[in-house]
Design a protein around this ligand. Structure first.
Ligand SMILES: Cc1ncc(COP(=O)(O)O)c(C=O)c1O
Length: 453
């Protein structure tokens, strides 16, 4: 059976990658020369040969994000079930724009999203959709929030509004919001950067001051974005305070939990996400801490009618609208043609069960603690505070870029550079693989010590 072949290939790849290099040492020209000399597309090639060559390129010429010592930007190791899920999707190629074309696929997605919506504490009538990623989910949130706050926005656009809408977030929030401000026509100046406290959490007093100032100045505040697991430092904004403030000011609260949202299923971690259930909308990516292949984001919203209003459309060339308790995803989300994104999460959950997922997530959280402790014992200074497995660190006199360059050259691990606030760059290491072990971490910290000695 074809899936036995995939299982074997995945197991072999997993062990090959774990024993091989993490960081490619290649210049663009080398790859371009190879492509130019082998692929002018004038005559057909044997598929086996082309596939073997592409695999060779992928082995040699990419950062191996599924390596247990890839401590990177939320790109996970992926489960076998999710790989099989993606393969099935490519084979059947279901079209999820409408319910009628793909009833099974639509219901599988609905079932999977309802499970997570329930864990996030959203009511049963909440609406959700799979997206290409967190950026698209955040875009959906801004469009829906604008639709609720400004009844004229849908038909007449932002230019019909009497006051300019403003969004509030910190400089630690994801920079997709800058693009979204541009794309929606809000303009980047609509973004208000709220101050943070010494742990880089949103300062709610500063938020209140800015909102009051903007109201006085004739602007129209409409949305606050809190982050659960900031990209740079894994910080969780003070959700209970944000909920209280947004309720009292009638502002839309969007929680960007693209990475950290998965912690909601962990009994050990979920307390840090208290009150996320009171958000108006949430972003949570399956292709981050739920360990499935890209692309798989999710958008959740507790206001189904506003989502329908934001994305409603009707045309004779689409199959007739389905009656009954179902909806056509092209009328409730930003996408039109839709890939069956949700199958990889559904199959992975089916295979591991929720308990298996809790184990994976809590294992990575524990490995974050192991890394923090090992670094401190070895004389490094940890500079961020988070219960999530993301550690930012440095030491006196360290030139981060130079250190990382030798880390890559020696294939010890992949980590990245980041600036927190106005401080000098530090090293950022995030546990993104459920395969990373305590001995991987201890070896890496020991080897880093050798590198700087
Ligand atoms: C907090 C946060 N939000 C949104 C995004 C964007 O997600 P994506 O890359 O899936 O579009 C990221 C990406 O790392 C993120 O860290």
């Amino acid at each position: 059976m074809v899936f036995d072949d995939i299982r074997r290939a995945v197991a072999k790849l997993e062990s090959d990658i774990a024993c091989g290099p993490i960081v490619p040492m290649v210049a663009a020209q080398e790859i371009r020369d190879h492509l130019a000399s082998h692929y002018d597309f004038t005559k057909p090639l044997a598929l086996d040969d082309a596939v073997a060559d592409v695999e060779r390129m992928l082995r040699m010429w990419q950062v191996q994000v599924t390596h247990p010592r890839y401590f990177g930007l939320f790109n996970p190791s992926v489960t076998l079930a999710s790989i099989i899920g993606d393969t099935l999707v490519a084979m059947y190629n279901p079209q999820l724009a409408t319910w009628r074309t793909s009833p099974a696929a639509n219901e599988i997605e609905r079932h999977t999203l309802a499970w997570l919506a329930g864990r996030l504490g959203f009511p049963p009538n909440a609406i959700a959709s799979f997206t290409n990623g967190g950026a698209e989910a955040n875009l959906s949130a801004v469009i829906v929030a604008l639709t609720r706050s400004f009844p004229d926005y849908g038909e007449r656009g932002l230019r019909a509004l009497s006051a300019s809408p403003t969004i509030y977030l910190t400089r630690e929030a994801h920079h997709s919001f800058n693009k979204i401000a541009h794309m929606t026509g809000l303009g980047r100046r609509a973004i208000r950067t709220v101050a943070t406290d010494r742990h880089l959490k949103m300062d709610v007093a500063d938020l209140a001051r800015r909102v009051a100032e903007d109201r006085k100045g004739g602007f129209a505040p409409f949305m606050v974005v809190g982050t659960v697991g900031t990209t740079a430092a894994g910080v969780i904004d003070p959700l209970p305070d944000l909920v209280r403030f947004c309720r009292s000011e009638e502002l839309w609260l969007h929680v960007d939990a693209a990475w950290g949202g998965a912690a909601i299923i962990s009994p050990r971690l979920r307390g840090h996400l208290a009150d996320i259930d009171a958000a108006d909308s949430i972003t949570c990516d399956a292709h981050k801490w739920f360990s499935v292949p890209m692309a798989a984001g999710m958008f959740f919203c507790r206001h189904p009618d506003i989502v329908r209003e934001a994305f409603c459309v009707e045309t004779s060339y689409m199959p007739t609208r389905t009656a009954g308790p179902v909806f056509d995803p092209y009328t409730t989300s930003a996408q039109w043609s839709r890939r069956f994104i949700g199958l990889k999460l559904f199959l992975a959950l089916a295979q591991r069960g929720e308990s298996g997922y809790i184990e994976m997530i809590e294992h990575q959280a524990r490995m974050g603690d192991v890394l923090r402790d090992a670094l401190k014992r070895a004389g490094w200074r940890v500079v961020n505070t988070t219960p999530l497995p993301l550690v930012c660190f440095t030491r006196d006199g360290l030139v981060t870029a130079k250190f990382l360059s030798s880390l890559y050259q020696s294939q010890i691990a992949w980590m990245s550079e980041v600036r927190l606030g106005d401080d000098a760059p530090v090293v950022r290491a995030c546990i993104t693989s459920f395969r990373t072990t305590e001995s991987d971490i201890e070896w890496v910290v020991r080897e880093m010590g050798r590198l700087i000695s």
